[in-house]
Design a protein around this ligand. Structure first.
Ligand SMILES: Nc1ncnc2c1ncn2[C@@H]1O[C@H](COP(=O)(O)OP(=O)(O)OP(=O)(O)O)[C@@H](O)[C@H]1O
Ligand SMILES: [Mg+2]
Length: 259
């Protein structure tokens, strides 16, 4: 009986080992799949301006040789615009890539909102947006990294600003609520969401070149998912868009009590 038991234990240990290897392989390959998808999309998006730059550059050289510097200058301006676009793409990706090394820590969502708003203040003022902010008196904590959470809020505010461009009395409401989970709602009275299904896809944009590359929401929802939460969107009944960022609440007291 003893021998049989030992054999069984050994067998189980072997299985356990195999399972762990399989799990690691699966995790690795799903990471690689995401990486592959992302690189394909990114290189596609970067190749297009690169090819265009090469054409404009050849054109400018030709114009200079023919002694037409003014026209050459306008080619340079085009090239400059394209460099800007490539910069916007890599800038967005950088905020996503930041994750690896940074350890998670308790973040006060109220603080994150305040600091995201202070970064957006000049644009909000310029567009004469009426801003309302509703937040609980006590701190609302989540586990995350402050910079990336602020990045998400800034992306939502930038979108709300863009959507209310041209609206008579632009309004943005920010609502922070804490219950089972933490919910941050950003609502605007802009033109509303055109296509709810494509919203979070990388490079989906309805904006003019130079005004958006379509990475803001794809990256933001990636960040929120990483933190165990969800980013959702809908159109409000009275018009305008509503974005909700839900994150697990971090309650120190409860965690201490459970120990
Ligand atoms: N508040 C909103 N109201 C209406 N439509 C929105 C709103 N937020 C996003 N959208 C739509 O979703 C699209 C994708 O948004 P996303 O933030 O991912 O990219 P973008 O703003 O176009 O470019 P980027 O954020 O990369 O500069 C937008 O182009 C717009 O059509
Ligand atoms: Mg955006």
């Amino acid at each position: 009986l003893n021998q049989r038991l030992q054999r069984e234990v050994a067998e189980r240990q072997k299985m356990q080992g195999k399972l762990e290897v399989a799990e690691q392989t699966l995790e690795q390959s799903s990471k690689l799949a995401v990486l592959g998808e992302m690189s394909a999309a990114v290189s596609h998006e970067l190749n297009q301006p690169l090819a265009a730059m090469k054409t404009y550059l050849a054109g400018a050289a030709l114009l200079l040789r023919r002694n037409r510097p003014d026209e050459a200058l306008s080619s340079f301006q085009r090239i400059d615009d394209l460099i800007e676009r490539m910069g916007a793409i890599t800038q967005q990706l950088k905020s996503y890539a930041r994750k690896a090394g940074d350890a998670l820590a308790p973040v006060d969502m109220g603080d994150a909102v305040v600091s995201a708003l202070s970064m957006m203040e000049p644009q909000l003022k310029r567009n004469k947006v009426r801003l309302t902010r509703t937040m609980p008196d006590r701190p609302v904590m989540v586990m995350g990294d402050r910079l990336r959470i602020e990045q998400v809020i800034i992306n939502l505010l930038r979108n709300a600003l863009d959507a209310t461009q041209g609206v008579d009395a632009p309004e943005i409401d920010i609502l922070l609520a804490a219950g089972e989970t933490v919910t941050l709602t950003v609502r605007d009275n802009g033109h509303g969401i055109e296509d709810l299904d494509s919203l979070f896809e990388p490079f989906y944009t309805t904006k003019q070149p130079g005004e958006g590359v379509g990475l803001g929401l794809a990256i933001s929802s990636g960040i929120v998912n990483d933190l165990g939460g969800r980013l959702t969107a809908r159109n409000a009944d009275g018009g305008g868009a509503v974005f909700e960022m839900r994150l697990p609440i971090f309650e120190e007291d409860k965690i201490r009590a459970a120990r």
